[in-house]
Design a protein around this ligand. Structure first.
Ligand SMILES: Cc1cc2nc3c(=O)[nH]c(=O)nc-3n(C[C@H](O)[C@H](O)[C@H](O)COP(=O)(O)O)c2cc1C
Length: 414
């Protein structure tokens, strides 16, 4: 039997195979951040395709801080019935579901929220500053409020029937902003030493654990590196992995990169070591390095495309789960096919419109995939050949309207 097909148990939850769909923002919710039939249709398609576990796209813990239009938010039990419906899909098909809880901090496009907040008021690089505003530094009480929001949202997820949550601690979002000395310049107990910079993550973990029962799975997605000069060092990353493991985390997903250095989607081939290219997964080497220092289960996401590469990673013991994201947007039955010994069919390439300014923005990737998710959610087939330019033009049209409307509304309320 192929290693990817072997079941595994965390707490009292059995995963029927080792394939986990990595979080991908669905961008399908309404402005109030509510899940709907499109989400249910999408997750049902993946469940019917044999998936062992789905990690949802990132779900906001604060509606005032959205990373993009169309994200789901959980601030209370307002949408409990809808969330129950979502959780039931997993139960029906034996697919474990973890809700990815997130706060984007500074990584919110201009015009979407009233303001952006972050550990410190650090501006973006000139190119990204056209898209992202310089954030306001969070007050101590606001930090405590966000920690509580993660716990409250996790409690609602458990009540709805989800098997667990994943804390989004990677890709330059708020938790990772606290971890990085580039974005965290604080002098109080939340900044400075690595012990202080990881306090936010650890406090969230403890608050979520206290708010949920003992069989509830808590995972975290962490960067193995930020790929930015002056960013978090490998020594500090290892300290974070060890600390969260000792605190009792169940599963760490290994990733890397930020909006400013998007390595999660694959660093340029020429910059990667030959050994990494041979093993296809971008962050496997780091998983191998950390494996013996942590007790928890490990998942590696980014680049896995062949059954041979996936089985080799599991067999080496470097990780317990294979994370796959983009291919699931165009192949909903991928898990069945992998277990039958077939590789990923469509080699997803970076989504390019041919317009350089647009192509440098992470948002382009998100909207092309969102169009696929919408089609799947409606019960249609995804289209790997969908034109990125067409998708972008539709998006720009919709968002110009929203931005103008936003300006009018804020003038009215001023
Ligand atoms: C459209 C899109 C949305 C994504 N949204 C999220 C997200 O909400 N949270 C997250 O942790 N990663 C997100 N990712 C990153 C993926 O989880 C994954 O780390 C990355 O795509 C590399 O895996 P792959 O090579 O298998 O696609 C997203 C990626 C894409 C393409």
């Amino acid at each position: 039997m192929s290693q990817i097909a072997e079941p595994i148990t965390i707490r009292n939850v059995t995963f029927k195979n080792r394939i986990i769909k990595g979080a991908m923002s669905e961008a399908l919710a309404n402005r109030a951040g509510q899940p709907n039939d499109l989400h249910f249709g999408l997750y049902q398609a993946w469940a019917q395709g044999g998936l062992g576990c789905a990690i949802t796209g990132n779900v906001m813990v604060d509606l005032r801080a959205k990373n993009e239009p169309g994200v789901v938010a959980i601030e209370s039990e307002r949408d409990l019935e809808r969330l129950k419906k979502w959780a039931d899909i997993g139960k029906k098909y034996g697919m474990v579901q973890l809700i990815q809880l997130s706060h984007p901090g500074r990584q919110c496009p201009k015009g979407l929220n009233q303001e952006t907040v972050a550990p410190s008021a650090v501006p973006f690089s000139p190119m990204l500053a056209t898209m992202f505003a310089t954030p306001r530094e969070l007050h101590h009480e606001e930090i405590l409020d966000i920690i509580q929001r993660f716990a409250d949202a996790a409690r609602v997820c458990e009540k709805a029937g989800f098997e667990g949550v994943q804390l989004h601690g990677a890709h330059g979002y708020l938790i990772s902003q606290f971890l990085s000395p580039l974005t965290n310049k604080r002098q109080d107990q939340w900044g400075g030493s690595i012990e202080n910079r990881m306090r936010f993550l650890l406090e969230i973990y403890h608050a979520v654990r206290a708010a949920t029962s003992e069989n509830f799975i808590i995972s975290v997605k962490l960067n193995s590196a930020d790929f930015q000069r002056g960013g978090i060092t490998e020594e500090d990353v290892i300290a974070v992995f060890k600390a969260i493991d000792q605190a009792g985390i169940d599963l760490i997903e290994v990733s890397g990169g930020t909006y400013e250095a998007p390595a999660m989607a694959g660093v340029k081939a020429e910059k990667r070591k030959a050994s990494t290219i041979a093993r296809e997964a971008y962050f496997l080497e780091f998983a191998e390095k950390i494996r013996d220092s942590v007790q928890c289960k490990l998942m590696v996401t980014g680049g896995f495309r062949s059954v041979e590469g996936m089985n080799a990673a599991l067999q080496s013991g470097a990780c317990d789960f294979i994370g796959i994201a983009r291919p699931f947007a165009v192949e909903t039955d991928l898990t069945h096919r992998l277990i039958a010994g077939q590789d990923v069919k469509y080699a997803v390439k970076p989504i390019k419109t041919g317009v350089p300014f647009v192509d440098k923005m992470a948002v382009m990737e998100i909207i092309w995939y969102a169009a696929q998710f919408k089609a799947i959610g409606k019960g249609k087939k995804p289209n790997p050949k969908l034109s990125p330019l067409l998708v972008f033009l539709n998006y720009a049209k919709g968002n110009v309207k929203a931005l103008i409307q936003g300006r009018i509304n804020s003038r009215k309320s001023a």
